[in-house]
Design a protein around this ligand. Structure first.
Ligand SMILES: [Zn+2]
Length: 376
C-alpha cells in the first residue's frame, strides 16, 4: 500500500475559532486541540495520512434533508437579521442553540467537511475519512436541536445514497441519534443503530428499543439504551451483541459512524462511564467491520478527553500505533499525563445493574429487530 492514502482527516483551524455563546459547553476549540495533538505525534506525516481542507456545503446539498425556509432562517439569524419567533426553529440566545454571527458559515463548513469525507470514501480515494467537526445528529429538517444546526450525517449519507450505496449509520455518542433516525425512519436503504444513555435520563429523551422504524423502514431503526454509569465492558458487550450481526446481515457498502466522546466518565453533560480504553476498543471494533468507513465527530464536553479520544480514533484509521507517552508541548492544552487513562474501577453492584439493564435491552433488540434480517 506504499504511497496510497489510507485515512483522510477533513479539517482546518478556522472550524475551531467560533464560540457559540459565553459558557456554552460545545467548544469548537476541542478540534484545534485534536489537530494539534495529532500533529505533535507526527500522525499527519505517517504513511497513508491525507489532510483535506473542507469546502462549505451547498444549499442544494442541505436541502436534500433540510427545509428551504429553515436554511434561509439560519442565514438570516447568522447575519444578525431579526426573525419572528426564532425559538420555533430551535434558536434562543440563552438556550442550547444560541444565535451568533457567522453561525451559517460555520455550519456550512462543518457540513461541507462531512460531505467531502463522504465523497472521498465513495470515490475510493480512501477507505476511511474522518470529519471531526461533524456528527451533529440532533438537527431536524426544520429546526435546530441539541447544539446542532444542520444535520451533516444525513446530508453526507444522502451523498452516498445518491450514488447507490447502502449505508449503516452507527452512533456511539452518549445521546440518541434522533435526527438521523428521523431522516430514515421509513427507509430500508439506510439502517441506523444508536447506542446511548437511555432517554429517561438524558436528552433528547428518545431512543427506546421499541422505535424500530415504520413502513418499509420497519426493522431498520435500532436502539440500544444504556443505564447511567455504564462502563467499558458493558458498553462493548452491548455493541458486540448488536452491531456485527446486523452488519453481516445488511451488508452495507459504507458505514457512517458518529464518534461522540460524551460517553466519557468525566463528561459534564452525561452519566455514562467509559474510559479511553472503552472508546479505543469501540473504534477498533468499527475498523474490524472491514467496510469503507465515513466517520464524524459528535458530542464531547470534557476538553481533556475529546482530543485524546479523537487522536486515537484517527490513529486507528491510519493503522498507526500511538505511544501512551504524550509528545512534548501538548501539556499547554491537555491535563492528562498520558494519552490513555489509568485503571478505573467501578463498584460491583453498580456494574451489575448496568450489565443487567444492557443485557435486557440487547435481548429485546434481538427479539424485535433480528427477525427482519433473518437473524435469530
Ligand atoms: Zn452527545
Amino acid at each position: 500500500m506504499a504511497g496510497e492514502h489510507r485515512a483522510a482527516f477533513v479539517y482546518e483551524d478556522v472550524m475551531s475559532r467560533h464560540v457559540l455563546s459565553e459558557g456554552h459547553p460545545m467548544r469548537p476549540v476541542r478540534l484545534q486541540y485534536t489537530n494539534a495533538l495529532l500533529r505533535a505525534y507526527g500522525a499527519f506525516d505517517a504513511p497513508g495520512a491525507l489532510v483535506i481542507e473542507p469546502r462549505p456545503a451547498s444549499v442544494e446539498e442541505l436541502t436534500t434533508f433540510h427545509k428551504e425556509f429553515y436554511v434561509e432562517i439560519v442565514q438570516r439569524l447568522s447575519n444578525g437579521d431579526s426573525v419572528e419567533q426564532a425559538h420555533r426553529f430551535g434558536f434562543s440566545n440563552d438556550g442550547d442553540n444560541p444565535i451568533y454571527k457567522g453561525m451559517y458559515q460555520a455550519a456550512l463548513l462543518s457540513t461541507g467537511a462531512s460531505v467531502q469525507a463522504a465523497e472521498l470514501v465513495a470515490d475510493g480515494t480512501v477507505p476511511v475519512a474522518f470529519a471531526p467537526a461533524g456528527g451533529l445528529h440532533h438537527a431536524m429538517a426544520g429546526h435546530a436541536s441539541g447544539f446542532c444546526v444542520f444535520n451533516d450525517p444525513v446530508i453526507a449519507i444522502n451523498v452516498l445514497r445518491k450514488r447507490g450505496k447502502r449505508v449503516v449509520y452507527i452512533d456511539i455518542d452518549a445521546h440518541h441519534g434522533d435526527g438521523v433516525q428521523a431522516a430514515y425512519y421509513a427507509d430500508a436503504d439506510v439502517m441506523t443503530i444508536s447506542i446511548h444513555e437511555g432517554g429517561r435520563w438524558l436528552f433528547p429523551g428518545t431512543g427506546d428499543v421499541v422505535e424500530v422504524g415504520r413502513g418499509d423502514g420497519e426493522g431498520y431503526s435500532v436502539n440500544v439504551p444504556l443505564f447511567p454509569y455504564t462502563g467499558d465492558e458493558v458498553f462493548l458487550d452491548a455493541f458486540d451483541a448488536v452491531v456485527p450481526p446486523l452488519i453481516e446481515a445488511f451488508k452495507p457498502d459504507v458505514i457512517a459512524t458518529q464518534l461522540g466522546v460524551d460517553t466519557y466518565l468525566h463528561d459534564p453533560l452525561t452519566h455514562l462511564a467509559l474510559t479511553t480504553h472503552g472508546y479505543e476498543s469501540a473504534i477498533e471494533r468499527l475498523r474490524a467491520l472491514g467496510v469503507p468507513w465515513l466517520a464524524f465527530g459528535g458530542g464531547g464536553y470534557d476538553l481533556d478527553a475529546v482530543p485524546r479520544c479523537w487522536a486515537m480514533a484517527y490513529a486507528i484509521m491510519l493503522g498507526l500505533e500511538l505511544p501512551n507517552e504524550l509528545p512534548e508541548g501538548v501539556d499547554a492544552f491537555l491535563e492528562s499525563p498520558m494519552l490513555r487513562d489509568g485503571q478505573v474501577s467501578m463498584e460491583a453492584d453498580v456494574e451489575e445493574q448496568t450489565r443487567t439493564f444492557a443485557r435486557e435491552r440487547t435481548e429485546e433488540v434481538r427479539e424485535r429487530i433480528f427477525p427482519f434480517h433473518g437473524l435469530s
